[in-house]
Each structure stands twice: as structure tokens, then as C-alpha cells.
Ligand binder design. Structure first.
Ligand code: ADP
Ligand code: MG
Length: 323
């Protein structure tokens, strides 16, 4: 008997995870039929991970699933949306039962953790690539957007920056690390956490928000562009983990924090008068709030170190940038 696409879906992706009440029809039919709760809008986002582009060739299947989930949920977090449903498009070069088992175990563990239900997908033969589309709920009037930042607003981030970029260098043997420092940095790279609870706590409080996938400078730049403002950030105020401080020079760490990718912390802006309320709201969900700069009327993102503006040679990751 050949192990067909249908067997594969049955075996690995149809499981007895809790059924959400808003799912009328899930996996197995031509379409999923879903009910958006009254008063909520649907927030939708999709991200693809391609082997060799978004993750290293030897990445464990469990880590690939975790990363695919985190990068997608991070977008819902940045909108202040509550995760509900996910669809999965899987392209695999061959049926590798061990890989599929590990991938789907990790995937389902995260579904349970976030109360998400997988409601459909597609399975094809091809280069290893994972596309998720996540769907979440947020009342439209309180959704977080990139636009809305005003001159004078404080720029904040939810956690240390640069760890994932350093973790990638460790995984690629470009940076030496040992013991707990190594474990921490690799974990930050392979298992980023989506700031879902923080995003919900920031609803109607942050004036603008984005998740940091391509580096603080680039992503804050997106807020500035959408809001038609500029920003200034102070390197001394950027949170850096103890592991990052121990593993390499301050300069290399700061480069990662400013322009390295994959951190998946939130960057948001808040009017100065609301800062304390926002800090308190984040504290209730156990998330820190670090002030890193200010929104300005002058366009562009400027980085200040020791009172002087830093020259940046690259502002985040761009797949199509000229080599
Ligand atoms: P169709 O031919 O109509 O596109 P498929 O054979 O691709 O249907 O899929 C059959 C059912 O299995 C559909 O409900 C689809 O959403 C679901 N499905 C396919 N692949 C996956 C997957 N990787 N994860 C979850 N559901 C899947
Ligand atoms: Mg199909």
C-alpha cells in the first residue's frame, strides 16, 4: 500500500485536539466553515518558511514547526489579535515518517498551548517549505496598526534584542559559545516566542505596533513610514541579555540588536502620558516594557550612541536586496 496524501493528513494532522465551537467544519472537506464571533473582526496573516532560506538545512522538525507557528502568531500579536484558527500548507520532498511525526507533534503541542485549531491545509511534494495562515479575532476599533505613532510618543520594545541573530551565528559556527549561554542563544533563535498576550494587553493603548522580525531599525522604520513620522533610538536603552553580553563584543551585539532579524519581540509606540498604564498592563501578563527612544517629526530612524548618531550599513533583512 502506498502512503497517500490522504493517509498522511489522517495520520499526522487530524487529531483529537479540542474542537473549537466556532469551527462548523474543519479538516476533511473542500472548505473549512468558520464562524467569526459577533463584534469581532478577523485578523489574517500568512508566512512561509523555506528550507535553506528561513531555516538551516539540518533544523530539527520540531523546531521548524515551532518557528513556523511563532513567526505567524507574532503577526497576530502585533495586531493585538487573539489566535483562533490556522491552515497549513506543507511541501515535502519525500514522506519521512520520523520527520512528519516530530513536526506534527510539535505543531499540535503549540496548537493546544494557544487554543488554536488547524482547520485545513494542503500537502504537496516539492522542496521543504511550510506555509501557515493564521486567523485571529480582534474588535476592529482596538486593533493595533503600524500607523498612528505621533511625534513625542515613546518607543518601547517587549524584550531583549539581538539574541536570535547571535543564536543563528552560533548555529552556523560563526560564533563560539558554551554551556548555558550557548543553550540560551540557540533557544532564542530556534524557539522564538510570539508576544500574543502582550499584543492583547496593548489593544487601544499603543498608538502603533509591529513585531520585530527584520531588526529594530527596519521594523521601527515601517511604523515611521506608515505613521508619517521619524524616530530616534538610544543604544544605551536597548535591552541586551546577559548571554549576549558574554558571548561577543558590545559592538557586534548592538549590530545584531539593531539590524539582526528573528527576535519577534513587539516594538510599539505610546503617548508619554499613557506609558505607566501600558507598563502596568504588560506587567499583568508578565511582559517587560523597555523604553528605547522617541517618535520625532523629522523623518527616518536615527540611532544615537554616546550622544552621536551611528552610521548603519544595513537596515534589516531584505530577500530581494541587491547582493
Ligand atoms: P482538495 O483537493 O480539495 O484541495 P486536499 O486533498 O488538498 O483537498 O485536502 C483534503 C482535506 O485535507 C482538506 O480539508 C484540506 O484542508 C485538508 N488538508 C490537506 N493538507 C493538510 C495539511 N497539511 N494540514 C491540515 N489539513 C490538510
Ligand atoms: Mg489541496
Amino acid at each position: 500500500m502506498t502512503f497517500s496524501e490522504f493517509n498522511l493528513i489522517e495520520r499526522f494532522f487530524v487529531r483529537d485536539n479540542p474542537q473549537r465551537k466556532d469551527v462548523v467544519l474543519g479538516i476533511g472537506d473542500d472548505c473549512a466553515i468558520l464562524n467569526v464571533p459577533e463584534g469581532q473582526s478577523l485578523a489574517v496573516s500568512m508566512d512561509t518558511l523555506v528550507e535553506g532560506v528561513h531555516f538551516l538545512h539540518d533544523t530539527a522538525a520540531a523546531d521548524v514547526a515551532a518557528k513556523a507557528m511563532a513567526v505567524n502568531l507574532s503577526d497576530l500579536a502585533a495586531a493585538g489579535a487573539e489566535p483562533a484558527w490556522v491552515t497549513l500548507s506543507l511541501s515535502i520532498p519525500k514522506i519521512d515518517m520520523g520527520w512528519l511525526q516530530a513536526f506534527s507533534d510539535s505543531f499540535h503541542e503549540l496548537l493546544n498551548h494557544y487554543g488554536l485549531q488547524v482547520v485545513g491545509g494542503d500537502t504537496t511534494k516539492g522542496p521543504l517549505s511550510i506555509t501557515l495562515q493564521v486567523h485571529g479575532f480582534v474588535p476592529a476599533s482596538v486593533a493595533l496598526k503600524r500607523s498612528g505613532a505621533k511625534a513625542g510618543d515613546i518607543v518601547c520594545v517587549t524584550g531583549p534584542l539581538g539574541d536570535a541573530c547571535l543564536g543563528l551565528k552560533v548555529a552556523q559556527h560563526k560564533l563560539a559559545a558554551n554551556g548555558d549561554v550557548r543553550d540560551y542563544l540557540l533557544n532564542q533563535y530556534y524557539r522564538p516566542k510570539a508576544r500574543v498576550a502582550a499584543g492583547i494587553a496593548l489593544r487601544s493603548r499603543a498608538s502603533a505596533a509591529i513585531d520585530i522580525s527584520d531588526g529594530l531599525v527596519a521594523d521601527l522604520g515601517h511604523i515611521c513610514k506608515a505613521s508619517d513620522v521619524g524616530a530616534v533610538i538610544y543604544t544605551e536603552q536597548i535591552p541586551i541579555s546577559e548571554s549576549a553580553k558574554q558571548v561577543t563584543s558590545a559592538e557586534r551585539v548592538m549590530d545584531c540588536a539593531l539590524t539582526g532579524g528573528d527576535d519577534y519581540e513587539l516594538c510599539f509606540t505610546v503617548p508619554e502620558d499613557d506609558l505607566r498604564k501600558v507598563q502596568a498592563a504588560l506587567e499583568t501578563v508578565g511582559v517587560a516594557c523597555y523604553e528605547v527612544g522617541r517618535i520625532t517629526g523629522k523623518k527616518g530612524v536615527r540611532v544615537i550612541q554616546d550622544g552621536e548618531e551611528l552610521e548603519l550599513n544595513k537596515a534589516g533583512f531584505d530577500h530581494f536586496a541587491a547582493a
